[in-house]
Write a protein of this length. Structure first.
Length: 133
């Protein structure tokens, strides 16, 4: 049976120091919070079959999407269509905190990766595979 999942998303995101934490995974979408440390980045990537919408909660950074670069700040939203090369960098002195919605899911349900290195290792080992719908 379906149930409501309610989040005070900015507060939840601000309280997580993890690089990536999957909060919720549904049949067609997934909610993830991320914290990118000063000088850090998500890393250049493409999700071939997944759209992504990122909303920035705190910090300062840059979004590189499809060869264009824009500054991002709290309250900004960036949409990344499936198949688009992208990266997000923290250019500020404080963590860059965001939440992102993937459609369909991109990561394993309930996954928590404390660091970018941990997240990359989980992806490479196959431990971060999204659920099969």
């Amino acid at each position: 049976m379906a149930s409501m999942h309610h989040f005070s998303i900015a507060a939840v995101a601000e309280q997580s120091a993890d690089f990536r934490r999957v909060l919720w995974t549904g049949e067609h979408a997934q909610l993830v919070i991320m914290t990118i440390p000063p000088g850090g980045e998500i890393g250049l990537e493409t999700h071939e079959h997944t759209d992504q919408i990122l909303t920035f909660v705190s910090g300062a950074g840059e979004a590189d999407v499809a060869g264009q670069t824009k500054r991002v700040a709290p309250g900004d939203l960036v949409a990344v269509p499936a198949g688009t090369l992208h990266n997000f960098r923290n250019t500020g002195a404080n963590p860059l905190v965001l939440y992102t919605v993937y459609g369909p899911a991109e990561h394993a349900a309930g996954a928590v990766h404390a660091t970018k290195e941990e997240a990359e290792a989980a992806e490479e080992s196959g431990q971060d595979e999204p659920p099969i719908g």
